[in-house]
Design a protein around this ligand. Structure first.
Ligand code: SAM
Length: 205
């Protein structure tokens, strides 16, 4: 079953069943408001990184990830259960003014998400990863998978056959973990940087 696409716009239908697009990806909804232009030219390519939040719990983290999607052109896929509703004030405040520009998909399970996202490389981000995030060569359409705030990715997800590798951001020995969306932002920018920030507004413009 394809994932569900949500807009966080207050007006209009809030939930739409997604149409399948190229490579089975879920289609984007949410129009860039005229006369603006998106920072990432999604009309010309669907080769964008896909961020997956597995069971996210804290609304502002997902709100900030919505903003990350709007600013970089990455897709955001949320795997249920979610620890909040889309009416959540903190989520809406964190994603303020960005919900129309973001590409957000909600899936009822990880299996449903895989149906939409695979085949693709899946980089599972964990503080116990065995590969540095800067040593990964990210390809367009790669999946960057992140775990819930309180527990991280469970072992059954980390060892899921769909997962290509387990990736770590370095930390000091006394640290336990970084914030979920800080981690996702660093990873998305590294992946985007490796490709020369395609679609980004020119510097100074
Ligand atoms: C707040 S952390 C989860 C903390 C959880 N208590 C644990 O021990 O895994 C939420 C998510 O951020 C990502 N993350 C946090 N720190 C990371 C790091 N140093 N390297 C890679 N991913 C990290 C992981 O995807 C993690 O599941």
């Amino acid at each position: 079953m394809p994932g569900m696409v949500f807009t966080t716009r207050p007006a209009g239908p809030r939930v739409r069943r997604a149409a399948r697009g190229r490579r089975g990806a879920v289609g984007r909804i949410g129009a860039w408001p005229s006369p603006g232009r998106p920072p990432y030219e999604r009309g010309e390519t669907t080769d964008v990184f896909r961020v997956v939040f597995y069971h996210p719990e804290i609304p502002p983290n997902t709100g900030n990830a919505i903003r990350l999607s709007a600013n970089t052109g990455c897709e955001l896929h949320l795997v249920e259960p979610l620890g909040f509703g889309f009416e959540d004030k903190q989520l809406r405040r964190a994603g303020l003014d960005y919900h129309d520009l973001a590409d957000v998909h909600v899936h009822p399970s990880l299996e449903a998400a895989w149906e939409t996202l695979l085949p693709a490389n899946v980089h599972a981000f964990t503080a116990r990863g065995d590969r540095l995030y800067t040593d990964v060569s990210y390809a367009p359409d790669d999946v960057l998978l992140f775990g819930p705030e309180s527990t991280g990715l469970p072992d059954e997800v980390l060892t899921d056959p769909a997962v290509t590798e387990r990736v770590q951001l370095p930390m000091l020995p006394t640290s336990r973990s970084l914030n979920l969306t800080n981690t996702a932002s660093i990873a998305v920018y590294e992946a985007w940087r490796q490709h020369g920030f395609p679609g980004a507004r020119p510097t100074g413009a």
